[in-house]
Design a protein around this ligand. Structure first.
Ligand SMILES: NC(=O)c1ccc[n+]([C@@H]2O[C@H](COP(=O)([O-])OP(=O)(O)OC[C@H]3O[C@@H](n4cnc5c(N)ncnc54)[C@H](O)[C@@H]3O)[C@@H](O)[C@H]2O)c1
Length: 328
């Protein structure tokens, strides 16, 4: 099959590309390298079934040329993560809303199936646990920039459902805290990457608040597997799915585990949200996916344990990282 991956030079996108090529597909990638890196796809550049376009999804003509050629679109390109969105608010909203509009408009024109990458952020600050796909989104005030990411992803989902009502095959995947090799070592948006970098550099591991807030960390192979199941199974059509591991981990426990697995002398220190993000920052204490729908309809279940996933991720960070230490 010919497949388009928008954001395919990014962290999740590049792993998805590797898997699609391994499964025998012809893969087209569009990525403007905002946070994506050529290093993530370099090993595929000479591959006869891999085609890379360095451009923005906001350029309709380029997108049309690509969408026309493929049968399936994985739409992952986005300004990702709360911190990037807070730092680039306009670019964030334009990319994450207008970009998805363009993808869906073209998919509708050429009748292509689309998988939309959404986020656990759409649940906002809901503290219900576990969170099921049809639970309420509880977002904070519009004057607080961090909620624009969740809102944009929610609009993307609404748009996808509207096109589905017109008959277009779509599927929506809500990723929960994916981690693995190729995470940005500066930890921009990923607490796993931040802690591993700090531990390997012997710097203090900075835990926000009391560290009792929890997240469910999902190894990237499971993230990719869930995406592929949602894209390929008929049962995935017209649905949204939580794609994540449902093991809940406190941030303090994560810091301790990474310190232990890296054998790091670093101490663990606590920072208030105000020290980290300035005043007015709002955080969610818990975010646990109910994965029963993904399990029932797609047969999805995260399989990689946190320990195993962290070991693989740390091994990658050690290889790449010592050769070229980033600024943390
Ligand atoms: N990593 C996670 O845990 C997580 C959680 C929830 C949702 N997501 C979603 O998964 C998708 C992939 O995220 P990721 O973690 O791999 O982040 P990432 O930043 O590595 O990937 C996003 C990619 O989109 C590209 N991009 C940004 N603007 C673009 C534009 N205008 N045109 C073309 N490309 C553009 C970036 O360069 C990057 O390669 C995103 O849609 C994100 O919102 C990720």
């Amino acid at each position: 099959m010919k497949v388009l991956v928008t954001g395919g030079a990014g962290y999740i996108g590049s792993h998805l590309v590797d898997r699609l090529l391994a499964d025998g597909h012809e893969v087209f990638v569009i990525d403007n390298l905002f946070t994506g890196k050529i290093a993530n796809v370099e090993h595929n550049l000479g591959h006869e079934r891999f085609h890379f376009v360095n451009d923005s999804i906001l350029h309709t003509a380029t997108m049309e040329e690509l969408v026309r050629q493929v049968q399936l679109i994985y739409h992952l390109a986005a300004v990702v993560g709360v911190k990037h969105v807070v730092d680039n608010p306009l670019q964030g909203i334009l990319t994450n809303v207008r970009g998805t509009e363009i993808v869906l408009e073209l998919a509708y024109k050429y009748w292509r199936k689309v998988v939309i990458a959404s986020s656990s952020e759409v649940y906002g600050k809901s503290e219900k646990a576990p969170l099921a796909e049809d639970d309420d989104s509880i977002l904070g005030p519009t004057a607080v920039g961090r909620w624009s990411y969740a809102l944009a992803k929610a609009i993307d989902e609404h748009l996808a459902f509207i096109y589905h009502d017109r008959g277009l095959p779509i599927s929506i995947i809500r990723y929960f805290n994916s981690y693995g090799p190729r995470l940005d070592p500066r930890g921009y948006g990923s607490v796993v990457a931040k802690f591993i970098s700090q531990a390997l550099e012997g710097k203090p591991l900075t835990v926000f608040s009391d560290g009792q807030q929890t997240r469910c960390f999902t190894y990237v192979d499971d993230t990719v597997e869930g995406s592929i199941l949602a894209a390929t199974l008929k049962e995935g059509e017209g649905q949204s799915f939580n794609i994540g591991n449902n093991r809940e981990t406190t941030i303090l426990e994560l810091a301790r585990k990474i310190k232990e697995l890296t054998d790091s002398p670093s101490e663990i220190v606590h920072l208030s949200y105000t020290e980290a993000y300035g005043s007015g920052f709002e955080e969610t204490r818990r975010r646990v996916p109910d994965v029963s729908k993904a399990e029932r309809l797609l047969g999805f279940r995260a399989r990689i344990t946190l320990e195993e996933g962290l070991q693989r991720t740390i091994a990658w960070f050690k290889g790449d990282y010592t050769a070229n230490p980033p600024e943390v």
